[in-house]
Every structure is written in structure tokens, then in C-alpha cells.
Write a protein that binds this ligand. Structure first.
Ligand SMILES: [Zn+2]
Ligand SMILES: [Zn+2]
Length: 281
């Protein structure tokens, strides 16, 4: 039985470990298959591929892209993407630029709330990686405005927080097309179907399938048995591929262990076999 984790982040987005450290950790945890799915970037993959050469670990190229769907932000994973595709890289660069605009808007809100944080301070925390809200949170903690990540998101940066600003990102249909154009498989990340009842969730899933979605992340680090079974039902109904992963972010997401999520994550081997076949790999 293979041990699999297809959803992880590194310092190239908002994770706390480098691609090399993540590969080493995956090996320590006894994983057989790993996918790194940094937000809006594939720039961590070459380092990971290099590091994985030392271990019996299969690395699947991945990415996690932000999209809009019915005015909500959603995340779409892309697996087996061709990361050297110049058009794809150009599109990712444009997507990353929307992050900067949003960061500045959030810093503006924080300023109004009496918390002065500069873009330089946030950039110093993110290093060379894709900048995101956890990096603002980190500065808020360091400066003593909040005590931890949880408070930063609940009170300020989360969708119900006082300094929240939604990001202006492309529609899901467009993001799905980007992934397909780059030879990848588009999969809906952590489908919570928030704010929708059962019938609405089914309709939304159907719309996404019509737009080219090919899979659902059925097995997710924090999903309950009920959530897994609901998504399993949707995947069967629409004949979708199934994937799974922990959404590991290192210390930026406490309580989530690589390959295990909150402890009970199990990604069946046959899901990866089907994904591989669909990608022609
Ligand atoms: Zn996500
Ligand atoms: Zn993620």
C-alpha cells in the first residue's frame, strides 16, 4: 500500500519548509508519492525534483491556483502540469500580481485600524516565495498586534475579519482552461461547498464539470467522514477523478501533519493510478 500526499506547500508559497526539507520530511514519514502544490507558482518544483533523486519518492508536479466562482474564492489544483510551458508561466505571473494588489489593500485597512505594517516587512517574511496573508499574520504576531495565526485570521485577515479584502482573480472556467492548456488535470481543492445546501452543491459541481473540471479532492487533511462521503458521492455521480492530500503548510498551519492531515488522512493508491492514466503519464 502506497502512502500518498498530493497537497502540500513550501516556502515558495505560504509553507514554512523549503522544497528540499519537504522531500526529506516526506521520506521520513514513509511517503511513496508526493505532490507539491504551491499557490500560483511552480518555482519550487525544480529544487524538489533534485532533492527527490536521493529518495524512493515519486514527485507529481502540481500547483494550486486561486479562482472565482459565483463570487466566492475557490482553489483549483493542477496535476501533471508541464511547468516549462511559457504560456502557463506567463499566466501564473499575472495571477501572482493580483496577490500584491490585495496585500497593499489589506495593509491599507490595517493602517486604518491603527496597525502600521509596511510591504517591506511582509516581503521580508515571505522571502522569495509567493506572498500571502500568512506572511502579514507573521508580521502582526512579531509586532504584538495579535498573539497567533488563529487570532490574526479570525479577527483581521480571514473572510470575516476587519481587514479582509477579497482577491480579484479569474473565473474558475478560465483557471481550468489554463491547467488543461498546460497538459494538466484540474481538480477542485478542499470542496467544502460552503454556503450551499446539498442541491446547490450538486448544481455547482455540475457547472464546474461542464467548464472542464476533472477531479475532486475527496480525501482532505481536515475532512470529516461525512464530508468525505458527500464528495465521494459527487465524484461518482459526475464520473470525476479523486485525489487527496493534507494541505501541509508546516508551522503555518499547526495541527496538520504531512501525509496524515489531522491524523486520519488516507489517499487510496488507485486514485493516483487513475490520475496518471487521465494525464497520459
Ligand atoms: Zn487551498
Ligand atoms: Zn493548499
Amino acid at each position: 500500500m502506497s502512502r500518498i500526499d498530493l497537497h502540500t506547500h513550501t516556502t515558495f508559497s505560504d509553507g514554512s519548509v523549503s522544497p528540499t526539507e519537504l522531500v526529506e520530511l516526506a521520506n521520513q514519514q514513509g511517503l511513496d508519492i508526493l505532490s507539491i502544490t504551491d499557490h500560483d507558482t511552480t518555482e519550487g518544483l525544480p529544487e524538489a525534483i533534485e532533492a527527490a533523486k536521493d529518495f524512493p519518492l515519486e514527485l507529481i508536479p502540481g500547483v494550486e491556483l486561486s479562482a472565482q466562482f459565483q463570487s466566492q474564492e475557490m482553489h483549483i489544483l493542477g496535476y501533471f502540469i508541464n511547468m516549462t510551458d511559457p504560456q502557463f508561466q506567463k499566466r501564473l505571473k499575472a495571477l501572482r500580481a493580483t496577490r500584491h494588489v490585495r496585500i497593499l489593500q489589506i495593509l491599507d485597512r490595517l493602517h486604518t485600524l491603527g496597525m502600521d505594517i509596511s510591504l517591506e516587512e511582509v516581503e521580508a517574511t515571505s522571502g522569495t516565495g509567493t506572498i500571502g496573508r500568512p506572511h502579514i499574520a507573521q508580521v502582526l504576531i512579531t509586532k504584538g498586534h495579535v498573539k497567533d495565526m488563529k487570532e490574526a485570521f479570525e479577527r483581521l485577515l480571514g473572510s470575516r475579519g476587519n481587514a479582509y479584502v477579497p482577491r480579484d482573480v479569474p473565473e474558475a472556467q478560465e483557471i481550468i482552461t489554463w491547467i488543461i492548456d498546460a497538459g494538466g488535470i484540474p481538480v477542485l481543492a478542499h470542496p467544502y461547498w460552503e454556503g450551499w445546501n446539498k442541491a446547490e452543491s450538486i448544481t455547482s459541481c455540475q457547472t464546474l464539470v461542464e467548464q472542464g473540471l476533472q477531479g475532486l479532492e475527496v480525501f482532505y487533511g481536515t475532512f470529516s467522514a461525512r464530508q468525505i462521503s458527500f464528495n465521494l458521492g459527487l465524484a461518482r455521480q459526475f464520473d470525476l477523478l479523486m485525489t487527496g492530500g493534507s494541505d501541509f503548510h508546516g508551522t503555518f498551519k499547526p495541527g496538520i501533519t504531512l501525509g496524515k492531515g489531522r491524523g486520519s488522512l488516507h489517499v487510496p493508491s488507485k486514485t493516483v493510478e487513475r490520475l496518471r492514466i487521465a494525464a497520459g503519464q
